[in-house]
Ligand binder design. Sequence first.
Ligand code: CP3
Length: 397
Amino acid sequence: MPDHRDLLAKPRLMLARRPHDPVDLPRRVTGRFRPACRAGTKPYDIICDVTSQPEEAVFLRACRREPVPYTPVWYMRQAGRALPEYRKARARTPMLTACATPDLITEITLQPVRRYGVDAAILFSDIVVPLKAIGVGIDIAPGVGPVVDRPIRAEEDLAQLRSLEPGDVPYITEAVKSLLSELSGTPLIGFAGGPFTLACYLVDGGPSKSFDKTKALMYGNPPLWNKLLGRLADITSSFLAVQAGAGVQAIQLFDSWAGALSPEDYRRSVLPHSSRVFAALAGAGIPRIHFGVGTGELLGLLGEAGADVVGVDWRVPLDEAARRVEPGKALQGNLDPAVLLAPWDTIAQRAREVLERGRTAEGHVFNLGHGVLPDTDPDMLARLTDLVHAGSGDGPA
Ligand code: CP3
């Protein structure tokens, strides 16, 4: 295991820039590393102090809809197969073993922060980790996704889902603690799967395009459905509480497949359970992000569930998304991850459009509309981070 301390040791440093100056922030003090920055007292000066308080980090300020010197950026699935160093670190370790090994969690979480200079790290884990931790027979098949030994279809299958105790996931607490000291200032995002998305894997038994069995249970047996989602909401809340207790500075609920539902069905069958998760985290005092794919028609409801930041996929432009969520929410998104496979000029043009539309939101965290695709050239993501930082500021994008 390499020692990252050298890479991450940052000199005490303060810089100021005018809004239209070329970006001269110490983006990579050593290696690719983004310092935490805060708005200065003068209206257009930016003071960048790598030792500033983590809660002043630009990512957290944008989540809180406070003024920011530039648009912060991170990428969903930023840790993963697009990175050669990830493939190397994971070479001999199955996915869920890696997710339970603190040294590997720490190393893989840091890799994209070094490489891309992003404004936030996301804990390397998976949405099925808490299920595995309570003894559900579940694994991640390479190139396929989560597969379940005994899918949940009847009342007696619920016995698989006991509650999650902090002692079930000691490696999460350990990894978060070690990351907080290594990251010194760059916020760490914790995450979990939303109750609906977890149910999709548990009921259908594995990846699916339309989640027929899951929806059949939802429509056909509402009492069992509500028991199932209730238990999943408890497990998810506990898993996020462990991460928050260990010190993550924001959390994201990935309800990736919620877009399979109409607004009415989402409101009736999912929203009460997801709301319970957000309510359980309210006391942590950290930004709560809520994301799902294909959720254009659900954006208002994703906010209503109790999120501070609503994640938007690439199908709805951010100015339109801003109209669809109630006031008091920041937005996150939303460059189509497939745009990263196009030539740089196209990427740059599309990213500028996202930034421009993002200005209409009360707060904007730049991200992709879904996870980084495995074929993405990491250099394009590094350039994109630079473009977002340079092209946001106070001037035109
Ligand atoms: O964002 C990050 O970098 C943090 C890591 C992260 C992983 N999974 C690691 C991972 C996060 C945030 C997730 C969330 C996750 N996992 C979601 C929600 C996000 C989304 O994409 O909508 C879902 C649906 C899952 C379930 C899951 N796990 C799938 C569908 C897959 C892909 C299967 C495959 O191999 O293509 C996984 C595996 C997985 N999770 C990988 C990684 C890095 C790939 C494992 C490998 O290297 O083989």
